[in-house]
Design a protein around this ligand. Structure first.
Ligand code: SAM
Length: 327
């Protein structure tokens, strides 16, 4: 399949350009390596390095979509989606709502292993950060088992928060743990961070705290499913649960991007001297993490910022970031 090779920094700009010109292939999600992103294209794009690439999807599926969509509708198909276990989660634009069933059925036909196609309704909301979903095609269920980094993670994709896009971040954090540390994962969800840390690091014990009872139930199930022995999870508000544990930690993860900084005081109280805190947030490219660094310094002027990392993009120019620091 013809593709253009684009430096990662220019990905968003070039993607918008290709969409505007109707040149982006809608059924082949881009492929990335450490420096470049490869967009499958439907025609000639002057000014870019053109290469041949194998994409995940079957190119002839274009014609399947075009049987039921106008060219304009085809150009509105999302260029990315989430796959959680055997459930595909789309975010279709309003203009495609009348064709949503056809689109979902076509995806089931062309993508092996997908049993359910659902569409996002609104955005993540509430304390549990969950996402309402409407099943468009396939089996009528929202529970699935996702495999990430060789671990099985069972969950209900509507009642629990889970993002497969954080798999690299989870490995990145685990790879930092080279001693038998005591680790706390605040906001642990269905336990993806505890599971990956348990399997891929030297951590002695991992404690998870999660307020959503349904996510907590799956976390307990996932620990058993993967036969991991050094994880303990607690259900409840981290502010109430943590003081009762009477423990201090070598490392604390705070993966709650919209409001984790409100819990910084708690993390600073329960971190051991020279421990490491991983604070998650959202930021645009320009002021990467500035406000989070300020929030940290306000509480602890001596805090050492160790690393600031982009660990995902959730909208054009909006990044999920992680600030690693030591009090
Ligand atoms: C963005 S999700 C991350 C979940 C999980 N760490 C993951 O990566 O899949 C944030 C989680 O924090 C939980 N949460 C929100 N406020 C909380 C609190 N005060 N105490 C404990 N958990 C909380 C939510 O229910 C949600 O599951």
């Amino acid at each position: 399949m013809k593709a253009i090779k684009v430096p990662l920094k220019e990905a968003e700009k070039v993607k918008s350009l290709l969409i505007k010109q109707g040149l982006l292939c809608r059924v082949c999600p881009p492929i990335k390596d450490s420096k470049y992103i490869y967009f499958a294209i439907n025609g000639r794009v002057p000014g870019f390095t053109q290469v041949e690439k194998r994409f995940n999807k079957i190119v002839s599926s274009d014609s399947l979509f075009l049987k039921g969509l106008t060219k304009k509708e085809y150009s509105l198909l999302p260029t990315s989606y989430d796959l959680i276990g055997d459930i595909m989660i789309l975010d279709l634009p309003e203009e495609l709502s009348k064709k949503s069933k056809f689109i979902a059925e076509t995806y089931i036909k062309i993508l092996k292993g997908i049993k359910v196609v659902a569409d996002k309704v609104g955005i993540h909301h509430g304390v549990f950060r969950t996402q309402d979903l409407k099943i468009l095609s396939g089996e009528k269920r929202k529970i699935t088992t996702h495999i990430e980094n060789g671990l099985r993670m069972k969950l209900n994709v509507e009642t629990c928060y889970f993002s497969p896009r954080l798999s690299t971040d989870r490995i990145d954090v685990a790879s930092q743990i080279k001693k038998p540390e005591q680790v706390l994962v605040m906001f642990s969800g269905v336990a993806p961070y505890p599971l990956v840390i348990s399997k891929y690091s030297k951590a002695k014990e991992i404690i998870g705290i999660e307020i959503n009872p349904e996510a907590h139930k799956f976390a307990e199930e996932n620990i058993k499913l993967n036969k991991l022995k050094n994880i303990k999870v607690y259900q409840g508000d981290v502010r109430k649960v943590l003081p009762k544990l009477k423990m201090n930690f070598d490392r604390i993860l705070m993966p709650l991007p919209r409001s984790a900084e409100l819990f910084l005081d708690l993390a600073l109280e329960y971190i051991k001297p020279n421990g490491i805190i991983h604070l998650y947030g959202f930021s645009d490219d320009l002021q990467l993490a500035e406000s989070y660094v300020r929030a940290i310094k306000n509480l602890d002027n001596n805090a050492k910022i160790l690393k600031i990392r982009k660990c995902g993009q959730f909208a054009p120019r909006k990044f999920r970031i992680r600030v690693d620091f030591s009090p």
